[in-house]
Write a protein that binds this ligand. Structure first.
Ligand code: GLN
Length: 479
């Protein structure tokens, strides 16, 4: 069997016992990429030579020694392109490593390629990429989700063992759900954002996309921890997650938020998620109905705050400080104007305009400040829910992967893809998505488990117990 089909945990064991070499994994991945990447287009850039050279030098005594990992194209890795799938960053090469990248490198990982994404992580389908669309390995006429759609498609399609993504409103969990892999958005502050191209700094978190929960825990253990270069990172000591899997959910109080089971959602998705809740109950957990009453406001709050922060963060791409410069500008204003209007795609422009508007004088009180207040209420919703339960169980996405092109002309409909993931970014909580079933037409369905702040160990334990008593993670996509 091709090594591309194995989990990170299994490859790690085989590497450290010297049964296999990192070059074998890279070669097998490149073979898979050679046959399927044309269809899937998970990557924006692959450097075969560099990956093979790094594999030759890999030190298999390190925790991730010789494991190839794919990186979303918004994470700086020294010397590699980092386009954020935007024309404005064409030709840019990262001058340093993001802390997350440096930590993986230190642990011995090697990097295989850069994965496609919605431009500057704005989107839910990877159709907003300036570098072409990515297709879902379960059905190539459908979207892989987004914005980390390239990372999810690569992992699900056996084109990568594991990948990093970023999640501002669901961009790790939603593509993981739609591609049938595991996606973890850690608690805000768990992983350093240094070197991640910022979209909305108060919401962004880096996290792993993997085939199993155990693999997710291995990467989280390598990535987490305080970083003096990001003062929002938490100060607690490094942990090894899931070092002793209990395999049990006995006594766990699992909350089902009533606002997360919507009338319009896919009946198949709802049935699969309720089925998962039933499994928890059958295995000794107690189900409790809880309420997160401010949920209906979450999308509006998110699109005010995220766009406000994005408008400020993206100001640096002006053809002077960062980004490609328009040729032969008439004057300075023309240089700024054309560099930005030629470099950014329509969704990014829409958000910069919206964000500038909600921050402008006369409107900031009505929109930005009001949204901040509601954000506080959303956070309180979670705090009070977690007095009644240990974890929350919800769908990750209201429906399975939708057809390519279905929502590109309707941004508001596209924004609804994140109804179940956005609140946790606003409240800062960690959450995981893992497969919990398939539709009749063989599309994966995702289950979301949300924890209290810094409750990753709880999330991973429960997710692992559930995963191990099902075989969804073993299924191979047909593409
Ligand atoms: N889909 C959401 C958006 O378009 C979330 C994106 C993300 O998490 N990066 O903003």
């Amino acid at each position: 069997m091709s090594l591309a089909h194995e989990t990170l945990a299994s490859l790690r064991r085989r590497l450290s016992s010297k049964e296999i070499h990192s070059r074998d994994i890279v070669k097998d991945l490149l073979t898979e990429i050679g046959t399927r990447e044309k269809t899937v287009h998970a990557f924006t850039h692959i450097d075969e030579k560099a990956a093979l050279a790094a594999a030759e030098k890999a030190d298999s005594s390190l925790p991730l020694g010789g494991i190839p990992i794919a990186l979303k194209d918004n994470l700086n890795a020294l010397g590699d392109p980092c386009t954020c799938s935007s024309k404005i960053l064409e030709g840019y090469k990262a001058p340093y490593d993001a802390t997350a990248v440096a930590r993986l490198r230190q642990a011995g990982a090697i990097f295989l390629g850069r994965t496609n994404m919605d431009e500057f992580a704005m989107g839910s389908s990877t159709e907003n990429s300036a570098l072409g669309i990515t297709r879902n390995p379960w059905d190539s006429t459908r979207i892989p989700g987004g914005s980390s759609g390239g990372s999810a498609a690569a992992v699900a399609g056996r084109l990568a063992i594991a990948a990093l993504g970023s999640d501002t409103g669901g961009s790790i969990r939603q593509p993981a759900a739609l591609c049938g892999c595991v996606g973890l958005k850690p608690t805000y502050g768990r992983i350093s954002r240094y070197g991640l191209v910022a979209f909305a700094s108060s919401l962004d978190q880096i996290g792993p996309l993997t085939r199993t929960v155990e693999d997710s825990a291995i990467l989280l253990s390598a990535l987490a921890g305080h970083d003096p270069r990001d003062n929002t990172t938490d100060l607690r000591k490094p942990e090894t997650f899931l070092s002793k899997p209990t395999g049990s959910v006995q006594g766990l109080r699992v909350g089902l938020p009533k606002e997360y089971f919507l009338p319009g959602m896919s009946p198949e998705a709802e049935a699969a998620v309720r089925g998962a809740a039933h499994w928890f109950e059958k295995n000794g957990a107690t189900l409790v109905e809880v309420s997160l009453p401010h949920t209906p406001a979450a999308i509006a709050v998110y699109y005010i705050l995220a766009t406000a922060e994005a408008s400020a963060n993206l100001a640096r791409f002006d053809g002077v400080r960062y980004g490609r410069r328009a040729v032969e500008p008439k004057d300075l204003l023309d240089l700024y104007h054309r560099s930005r209007s030629e470099g950014f795609g329509p969704e990014v422009k829409r958000r910069i305009i919206l964000g500038t508007f909600v921050l402008s004088q006369g409107y900031a009180d009505a929109y930005y400040r009001k949204a901040q207040k509601v954000r506080g209420l959303l956070r309180q919703d979670f705090e009070s829910a977690f007095t009644k339960c240990d974890l929350l169980l919800t769908p990750t996405s209201p429906e399975p992967a939708f057809p390519l092109g279905e929502r590109t002309q309707d941004p508001l409909k596209m924004y609804l893809a994140d109804v179940f993931t956005i609140s946790t970014n606003l409240a800062g909580n960690g959450a995981i998505s893992l497969p919990c079933g398939f539709t009749k037409s063989n599309l994966p369905i995702g289950l979301q488990l949300i924890g209290p702040h810094f409750g990753e160990e709880k999330i991973l334990q429960a997710a692992h117990a559930y995963e191990q008593s099902h075989d969804f993670w073993k299924r191979m996509p047909p593409v």
